[in-house]
Design a protein around this ligand. Structure first.
Ligand code: 5RP
Length: 234
């Protein structure tokens, strides 16, 4: 699997610690990305040892990882609720004195629409990260999923809002990345985002935007894997 930033050992520690929160009978939201994949693998091993859970994947990738790990799958329609969601992040606001503490940028894998749906539905949303994801202020580009007809209009609106949008291009072929939902992605640079809640609500109101990758006030716990352990942010 392609990995981004951070050491694999740190990602593994964070993912495995998060998987320990799953209890018998839990419905678990399965996020996307290389860090969450370690949690899904750990859930698969726990299932081999007798844990009874069902997982809700948030992308084609997490579904494949779950199938390989023999995690039984279900859907949001089939369950009464989601007990736990485990998901990675591209950036985590880590200044505990700032209002934005704990806000996330997600969508590096283009899966943030389904991730937000499942993560927000969960009783407990656990973020798994490594130290490379921590920043005093969010500053990475914000992925925005747009319906195909809307990308040029949304790009113009993002520019009016002070952002710099780039249509995400596929690495392996000419043309844009197409999401699991059949849409396009605009990576929108806003510089330093001091008010993620304000940017989030502004983006959410732009016609043609399906979902953006700012996750504000959603995370309950963040596990940060390090070279020799796991730090907890609550
Ligand atoms: C996918 C995501 C991922 O959680 C995010 O990109 C982190 O991935 P990784 O754990 O591989 O660094 O938001 O849409």
């Amino acid at each position: 699997m392609k990995t981004t930033g951070g050491s694999d050992a740190a990602k593994r520690r964070a993912g495995e610690r998060a998987a320990e929160r799953a209890e018998d009978g839990f419905v678990v939201g399965l996020g996307t990305g290389s860090t969450t994949a370690y949690a899904i693998d750990a859930l698969g091993r726990a299932i081999d040892d007798g844990l009874e859970i069902r997982g809700i994947p948030t992308s084609f990738q997490s579904r494949q990882t779950a199938l390989e790990a023999s995690v039984p799958l279900t859907t949001l329609e089939e369950v009464d609720g989601v007990d736990l969601a485990i998901d990675g992040a591209d950036q985590v606001a880590d200044d505990s004195t700032a209002d934005a503490y704990g806000a996330l940028i997600k969508g590096g894998g283009g899966a943030h629409t389904r991730e937000k749906l499942v993560d927000a539905a969960a009783d407990e949303f656990v973020v798994v990260a490594d130290p490379s994801k921590l920043a005093p202020t969010l500053e990475r580009s914000v992925p925005v999923e747009v319906i195909p007809d809307a990308y040029s209009v949304v790009s113009e609106r993002v520019r009016e809002l002070g952002g710099d949008p780039t249509l995400r291009a596929a690495e392996c072929k000419d043309g844009p990345v197409v999401t699991d939902n059949g849409n396009l992605l605009l990576d929108c640079a806003f510089g330093s985002i001091d008010d993620p809640e304000g940017v989030a609500s502004t983006l959410a109101r732009v016609p043609g935007v399906l979902e953006h990758g700012l996750f504000v006030d959603l995370a309950d716990i963040t596990y940060v894997g390090t070279d020799d352990g796991v730090e907890t942010r609550e």
